[in-house]
Structure formats: structure tokens, C-alpha cells
Design a protein around this ligand. Structure first.
Ligand code: SF4
Length: 377
């Protein structure tokens, strides 16, 4: 799945470039009836979709693989089986349950959206793309996906998988992202009058299982008779992409302090911005250059003797890569926090309780890195 910014929905249009839409729909839906992926958010054939499950899965699938999403989806549904239950949850509980899935603004928006649906809409999701777009965390792609899958609206949401299938069907050689309007135009003519939701999911499944990025399985593809790229033997080269510029690198220092009870010092990040509202070990700012050791230690949360942990922790965010040096310390007097640490509401958390904290992956890596060093002592 792609982000809303990258993946535009394709509204049905009479002026779209043409592919044999009716024949494609017939072949693809017949294939889907035999080969659809069983996914926890899909209801069995013949049963109406559950809008809450569709919405929850679509938010989780933004920039995230199906495999990574399934355990989170199941845990959320078990704990908050409907939008009203999720709306009543505390935001910290939602962030904790989301920890590890990444792109944490999604969790904050998810909770805000649940509150709006439960409040303004009486617990029922709006059914049109335009209304869905007004809700927090729902961009054009997600609105189209929910409208198609939950309400059978005649739109084809164009995620990365669908983009690839259409690039190949129509042999679009212009590289992405410039080709997006062209792909959208082709897609616009494809959504059938009935079973639009199944058609959208069938396109996603075909891209995920048959029309794969490398070595597409054209021999077993239900659309092989309509595929220009297969005929020209260029399928594997499509879609073309302009090379992405390298992500910039940022650097910082993370401080892992343990007290006499073996608890670790944590703080909550500010609500706004990257990883907003999540938990972390205290760090310096993340800057273009490494800080000098003395300079970074001036911002440590406790005045004590800090030891550098060999190696560094690296993590890749959407727009930058991060390298973190890690310092560790044992403190006897856990009350000896600096003024900054007290103002930031730093708190001591036991190693067992860490698992339940809203710690993003990068912070779990930092803590594991420091503890591995301590355990070697
Ligand atoms: Fe993809 Fe091959 Fe099917 Fe064309 S024939 S849509 S390239 S799997």
C-alpha cells in the first residue's frame, strides 16, 4: 500500500485512456473468486464488509506491509471491537498498542478519527469519498479505498500494486512519479459498475501475488491476453522510476540511564512533530553533524559518569536516516535528575514494563543496544 500523497484514487471517467475494461473486469473477478487472499479484515464472500475493519486496516496498511499489519490489526480489533470502543480509549493506550508499527501520526489521527465518527456520525462511517476525506488521517487514496471496499463505490484506489499492474497492462514507459496522471487516467476507466470493491481488492491481490515487481508470473495471469508489456516482453522493466535522491543523514546521542532498581529513564516526546506523543530515552537534538562528546553530555538528563556504548544505532525514517550514538550510565540516586529532565517529566520504568510503553522501533533498538553492552559487563 502507498501513502495518500503518492497514491491517487481514480474516479470513473468517460474520457479516460482505454483498456478493454469489461473483459478485464470479467477475467479478474473470476480469478479473484478462486484466488482471493484470506485477510483478517476481509469478510467471507457474500457477507457485507465491516467499515470499521476496512478503515482500520487501510490506515495500518499505509506505507506498511500486510505481514507487519496483521498482528496489530488483530490486537486492535480484539481490544477495541468497534469504533465506539476505540473512541473511548485513552490516546496513550492507542499509542502503546501502535508502538512498533511506525508512522505514529497515523495512531493519533486514528484516535481523533474514531472520536469524530463516534461523535458526529453516531458511530457509522460516512459512505462517500468526499465525506471520508474530511476525517483525520484519511487522504485521497484511503478515502477511495474505504469507499470502494466498504461501500462498493465505483472508484479504483491506485496503490503501488495497482500502479504496477496498470503500468504493465498499458505498457506505460514514462517513469514514475511523472506517469501518475497517465496511470490514474487508465485506472479511471477500469472500475466496473458492480463489485467495485471486489475489483479493487482483486487488482491489489494480483499485484501482490502474480504481477510482482520482479519476475511477474505472466503465464498464470488472468490478464495476460490484455497485457501490452507482456506482449512486448518488457513487463519486468515496468514501472520505470526516476532515481530517488538519497535521504539526508542526521545524528544524535541517546542516553540510557539505569537506576539502583534497574529501571530505565524515559520521557514522552512532545505531541507535535515526528514520533509525537511517543516514549523515548532522552536524546540530544538530531542534527546534520555529530555533536562533540562534551557538547552532547551537557544535555544529558543526569549529571553522572556516562559511558559510550561501542557502535551506533541507525534507523531510516521516510525523509531522513538517523545515526544515534548511545551513552549509558548507572545512577545510585535516581532523584538526581537535571532541571531539564524534571521539566520533561522523565520517569523511571522497570525493564518488564518497557514492553508496554509506546516506544517506537528506533528507541527499542537504542535500549537493546545499551542493555546488550551492560549485560556483557
Ligand atoms: Fe503483470 Fe504479466 Fe499479468 Fe501483465 S501478464 S499484468 S505483466 S503478470
Amino acid at each position: 500500500m502507498g501513502s495518500a500523497a503518492e497514491c491517487l484514487p481514480a474516479a470513473v471517467s468517460n474520457t479516460s485512456a482505454s483498456l478493454p475494461a469489461a473483459a478485464i473486469a470479467k477475467a479478474l473477478l473470476a480469478w479473484y473468486d478462486r484466488n482471493r487472499r484470506e485477510l483478517p479484515w476481509r469478510t467471507p464472500p457474500g457477507q457485507p464488509p465491516d467499515a470499521y475493519g476496512v478503515w482500520l486496516s487501510e490506515i495500518m496498511l499505509q506505507q506498511t506491509t500486510v505481514k507487519a499489519v496483521i498482528p496489530y490489526y488483530s490486537a486492535f480489533l480484539k481490544r477495541w471491537p468497534n469504533v465506539g470502543a476505540l473512541a473511548k480509549a485513552s490516546r496513550d493506550d492507542v499509542l502503546r498498542a501502535w508502538a512498533g508499527l511506525g508512522y505514529y501520526s497515523r495512531a493519533r489521527n486514528l484516535h481523533d478519527c474514531a472520536k469524530q465518527v463516534a461523535g458526529k456520525f453516531g458511530g457509522r462511517f460516512p459512505t462517500t469519498g468526499d465525506e471520508l476525506l474530511m476525517l483525520p488521517g484519511i487522504g485521497p487514496y484511503t478515502a477511495a479505498a474505504i469507499a470502494a471496499i466498504a461501500f462498493d463505490d465505483r472508484v479504483l484506489p491506485v496503490d503501488g500494486n495497482v500502479e504496477r499492474v496498470i503500468s504493465r497492462l498499458a505498457a506505460v514507459e514514462q517513469p514514475l512519479p511523472a506517469s501518475k496522471p497517465t496511470l490514474r487516467n487508465f485506472a479511471g476507466g477500469l472500475a466496473p459498475k458492480s463489485r467495485s470493491g471486489d475489483f479493487a481488492q482483486a487488482m491489489m491481490d494480483l499485484g501482490a501475488t502474480v504481477c510482482s515487481p520482479r519476475r511477474p508470473s505472466c503465464m498464470i495471469c488472468p490478464l495476460k491476453d490484455f497485457c501490452s508489456a507482456r506482449r512486448q516482453d518488457i513487463a519486468e522493466t515496468l514501472p520505470r522510476r526516476l532515481p530517488r535522491p538519497d535521504r539526508p543523514l542526521r545524528h544524535g546521542v541517546a542516553f540510557v540511564a539505569l537506576n539502583e532498581r534497574g529501571e530505565i529513564l524515559l520521557r514522552r516526546r512532545p505531541d507535535k512533530g515526528l514520533l509525537g506523543g511517543m516514549t523515548e530515552v532522552p536524546t540530544t537534538e538530531w542534527l546534520a553533524d555529530w555533536l562533540e562528546p562534551e557538547e552532547s553530555l551537557r544535555t544529558a538528563p543526569i549529571k553522572t559518569r556516562w559511558f559510550p556504548v561501542p557502535g551506533a544505532v541507525s534507523h531510516t525514517f521516510t525523509h531522513f536516516r538517523l545515526g544515534l550514538m548511545v551513552y549509558r550510565a548507572h545512577v545510585r540516586n535516581s532523584a538526581a535528575l537535571t532541571l531539564w529532565a524534571r521539566q520533561e517529566d522523565c520517569r523511571w520504568v522497570s525493564r518488564d514494563a518497557i514492553k508496554g510503553e509506546a516506544l517506537p522501533s528506533v528507541m527499542r533498538k537504542v535500549i537493546a543496544h545499551a542493555l546488550a553492552d551492560i549485560d556483557q559487563e
